[in-house]
Design a protein around this ligand. Sequence first.
Ligand SMILES: [Zn+2]
Length: 248
Amino acid sequence: MKGVNWSELDVCIDDYIGSAGFDLDELPNRVDPLTTSREELALARYKMWQPGQRLRIRFLDGEQALHWRVEEQASQWLKYANLEFEFGNFPDAEIRITFNGSGYRSLVGTDALKRPSPFPTMTLGGFTVNTNATELRRVVIHEFGHAIGCVHEQSSPSIDIPWDVEKVYAYYARYGWDKAKVDDNVLKRYKKHEVFHTEDHDEDSIMQYPVNKALTIGDFEIGWNTELSEKDKIFIAKMYPKEESLRW
Ligand SMILES: [Zn+2]
């Protein structure tokens, strides 16, 4: 599906502070994915910024031309969400981005305030001015989704991914992940009171986490999404409305 390359571990770490933790009893039921209702986007209820809030964003490293590319893609959210991004060399910026290291991750919403400056709140590891446009768009929009409070679709309270749990553990063990890390980053689900979410399934969501068919029961599989979906746009506009009175 969509040319997914599973030969490399390329998952985004949903860097979530204060999670209620993983409970094996809360694993999704192994049900037919074609008949279940899933959600495309879930938003951490207690980690949202205020509608209309101005967030200052600072690059800790990287070239100016790369900063512009990131800024352009990040700002796609602002067509729909009532937030402001101000990019600049602010010492106390709420969101601090590094291109050093490997992997992609971001703190979720206001958790960024819990990490002292100058430590990064978002890692876009290895990006350069030459990074492929589709890859850069996919990752930047997704990580900024976390930065404004979105969590992974797979972690939604009512999603039913028919994981083959033992295969999941075995797969990530090859990358040195122990079971606790897999629980936190792959199998974890949020409790219903922790997140806002929509009812209709939208597997095109930018926050939809790819699911490898080899790790599920049956043929269940989700590929990479690379753009905001129509439902992403509608949902984030409801979460950060222009008028406070319209807020859910
Ligand atoms: Zn992510």
